[in-house]
Write a protein that binds this ligand. Structure first.
Ligand code: HEM
Length: 425
């Protein structure tokens, strides 16, 4: 089959998107939005250059996420011998071979029958720890950090909210939940930064240390169980008696801590910036804090921190929105474009915290959809509600330090985030 299928946009400048294209990195909403309207299933390139189909419409994205003919692990495609972008990414990053099993074994990369087994075991552990009961702990941590913010001000009076509130809040919450000692939080933050920076020389050093740390922590917990998530993971047992192996448990800790803190921190950063640049929405929320759950739904839709889902692979020849997709082809589902699809949302570009009805479940795809739907969504929503609620309550005059200037946006493929968010308290 030719690379460009009939009905899809022709390959060529401006029509064969590459995830590293500078305009797409600078403005993923605009760039992927144009694809959604002009070529909703189109051949493009992944970060490492691997050919992928970009899928940008809401219904198509959700359909693929529910479709069992797509898998997350390329070797699960029958007869598949093609390149695995995950392996080439790890080659690029010099990840030592003996450690790759930890990255490849993540629940995010697993497929049935392994995925439901991992998911059941970790869901049991989450249920045992009752996420909704964590709210007072999240509030306590948020209050503590907010009280300390004035001391963090730079000489010009500005405070970086990401550095001093969003990051410390989300890392402390996830580490407390998992059972990582407070003394080790800084190491985790550094390791998370190393992973995101994708700098091989940093990862080569930190990755083995991270793995060793997790094995030691599991050993300590086995010797003396506590009430944390790690202990619950050790206790968790499936109906058939199966348990997580130590390697699976290390991978699960890495996935939870790293997937859990970066994403939540940047929801808090993006969301605060969005509210401060939309004073009428901010005024609504200040007047009625009961709007917080609906506000978090809308901020997840409007400026969620995850731009794309993990790559999916077709296990058979099939058709997607009229475009033939061959067995083994990789599909890149663009969540930030689906969340702005005018076929699903009226005036999608408008930030509207009243858009979602009270008590209505979210309908955006910022947390994904289907069997890999975000395990931490309830926790992330709680963190968002507490973060925005306590921040606005503490600082009624909160404003951007430089209201005329550009926001300090990172330009990373797949992730929507700020490098810093300087505010005046
Ligand atoms: C899955 C986004 C917070 C743990 C996902 C997926 C998305 C997502 C889009 C699905 C990916 C796919 O299908 O390819 C987010 C966002 C968050 C957030 C935007 C914050 C605002 C968290 C937190 C945790 C977490 C706090 C940990 C407690 C996970 C895990 C999965 C996942 C383990 C994989 C589930 C599976 O494969 O069955 N997340 N997430 N996430 N998330 Fe989150």
């Amino acid at each position: 089959m030719s690379l460009t299928a009939p009905g899809a946009a022709e390959t060529g400048p401006g029509t064969c998107p590459h995830m590293m294209d500078p305009p797409l990195l600078a403005d993923p909403f605009g760039g992927y939005g144009r694809l959604r309207e002009q070529a909703p299933v189109v051949r493009g390139r992944f970060v490492d250059g691997t050919p992928v189909w970009f899928v940008t419409r809401y219904e198509d994205v959700r359909r693929v996420l529910r479709d069992p003919r797509f898998v997350n692990t390329p070797s699960h495609v029958p007869g598949q011998q093609g390149a695995d972008p995950r392996t080439s990414m790890m080659d690029l990053l010099n990840v030592p071979h003996q450690l790759r099993v930890y990255l490849l074994g993540s629940i995010l990369d697993s497929d049935p029958p392994d995925h439901p087994r991992l998911r059941r075991l970790v869901t049991r552990a989450f249920a045992a720890r009752r996420i909704l009961d964590l709210r007072p702990d999240i509030e306590r941590i948020a209050e503590e950090l907010l009280a300390g913010l004035p001391e963090r001000a730079e000489p010009d009076g500005a405070v970086d909210l990401l550095e001093h509130f969003a990051y410390p809040l989300s890392i402390r919450v996830i580490c407390e939940l998992v059972g990582i000692p407070a003394a080790d939080l800084d190491s985790w933050r550094e390791w998370g930064g190393d992973l995101v920076s994708m700098r091989p020389e940093r990862l080569e050093q930190s990755f083995p240390v991270m793995i060793r740390y997790c094995h030691e922590l599991i050993g300590e917990r086995r010797a003396a169980l506590r009430e944390d998530l790690l202990s619950a993971l050790i206790r968790a047992q499936d109906d058939d008696g199966s348990r997580l192996s130590d390697t699976e448990m290390v991978t699960m800790i890495l996935t939870l801590v790293l997937a859990g803190h970066e994403t939540s921190a940047h929801l808090i950063g993006n969301g605060t910036a969005a509210l401060l640049t939309h004073p009428e929405q901010l005024a609504l929320l200040r007047k009625d804090p009961a709007l917080l759950p609906r506000t978090v739904h809308e901020l997840m839709r409007w400026c969620g921190s995850v731009q794309v889902a993990r790559l999916r692979y077709a296990t058979e020849d099939l058709e997607l929105a009229g475009v033939p997709v061959a067995r083994g082809d990789a599909v890149q589902l663009v969540l930030v474009s689906a969340n702005f699809d005018p076929r699903h949302y009226a005036e999608p570009d408008r930030l509207d915290i009243l858009r979602h009805q009270e008590g209505q479940a979210e309908n955006h795809v910022g947390f994904g959809h289907g069997i890999h739907y975000c395990l931490g969504a309830t926790l992330a929503r709680q963190e968002g509600e507490v973060a925005f609620g306590t921040l606005l309550e503490h600082y009624p005059e909160l404003a951007l330090a430089d209201p005329e200037g550009e926001l300090d946006r990172a330009r990373l493929p797949g992730s929507w985030r700020l490098n810093s968010l300087r505010l005046r308290l």
